[in-house]
Design a protein around this ligand. Sequence first.
Ligand SMILES: [Zn+2]
Length: 92
Amino acid sequence: MTWTETFHCEICGKQKGSVDHWWLAWMERYRPPFPEAEERPLLKIYPWDNMSAHDADVKHLCGQACLQTLVARWMNAAIGASAQAAPIRHIR
Ligand SMILES: [Zn+2]
């Protein structure tokens, strides 16, 4: 069976080769383990593996530079999300 699938970097669009060192990232939501906790943004990063690379939600990164760009974007988005959620009021 021939492996013809190609992957492209989420940030720069570069195509994955067979010997380069790529990374995988998932942007998820995490609920802290205490009552009434708000969901928080969570970023998971780990070294490339071909099985996980097929996940529908995964982001493919061609190297450290693009991974850092993704992390920076995620941090900005996470800060924006928590700023919106800052005034916590329970209206009932
Ligand atoms: Zn890249």
